[in-house]
Design a binder for this molecule. Structure first.
Ligand SMILES: C[S@@+](CC[C@H](N)C(=O)[O-])C[C@H]1O[C@@H](n2cnc3c(N)ncnc32)[C@H](O)[C@@H]1O
Length: 191
């Protein structure tokens, strides 16, 4: 992934993606919803989701866990698509959107949960490192895989340093992603 800083904090791949619709990059797997409910039934509190794609998981969480406070961090193009196309207007009104060029805004809050699926390893290294180093959060629900770069080891270290139980971390073989051999679900629960 590119190390060059750019205003939107996009990796080279994302800078060069052209006009592909955001849905092109999304998995929208029902297993996301099932796994979230399995690990965070009864959840309430403040959620930050990084890179929600079509908002598939966000819509489910907001519907099933009334009262959650939802913040989305994404690139401007996708925030516009989420608001205009994917998330119902009534739901979108309740969400705080943060543009990736203002991502340090997320450090001003403490979150109860950070959610991210197939996003962080697709962002520049300086960006995901800054997020993992500085985010204040009690729990996490992360599905991704970043073996091709420094991401995966860094994320595992972050999990160990910041959460009490990461033992529920599991490999999922039904979700197809970067690698067909299995995608890692990382669950962190508060210390
Ligand atoms: C591969 S898609 C995954 C979408 C969805 N979470 C899923 O699992 O299907 C990557 C997501 O990350 C977002 N994204 C790309 N660069 C980003 C950045 N620098 N900060 C925040 N989100 C970013 C994209 O707009 C998109 O929503």
């Amino acid at each position: 992934m590119s190390e060059d800083k750019n205003l939107e904090n996009l990796s080279d791949t994302w800078l060069n993606q052209g006009s592909k619709p955001i849905s092109y990059f999304c998995a929208d797997q029902w297993q996301y919803l099932h796994l979230f409910d399995k690990h965070f039934s009864n959840f309430s509190g403040k959620i930050l989701e990084v890179g929600p794609g079509t908002g598939y998981l966000c819509k489910h969480i907001m519907k099933s866990y009334p009262g959650v406070e939802y913040t989305i961090l994404d690139i401007k193009k996708n925030i516009d698509e989420l608001k205009n196309r994917y998330i119902p207007k009534e739901q979108a009104k309740l969400i705080k959107f943060i543009d990736s060029n203002e991502y340090t805004e997320i450090f001003k809050e403490k979150y109860d949960l950070v959610v991210s699926t197939f996003c962080l390893p697709e962002t520049p290294e300086y960006y995901w490192k800054d997020i993992l180093d500085n985010i204040k959060v009690d729990n996490c629900f992360i599905i991704d895989d970043g073996k091709w770069c420094a991401y995966e080891n860094y994320r595992n270290q972050w999990l160990q340093n910041n959460f009490e139980s990461t033992d529920e971390t599991e490999w999922i073989y039904i979700i197809t992603g970067y690698e067909q051999k299995g995608i890692q679900l990382s669950i962190g629960k508060k210390k």
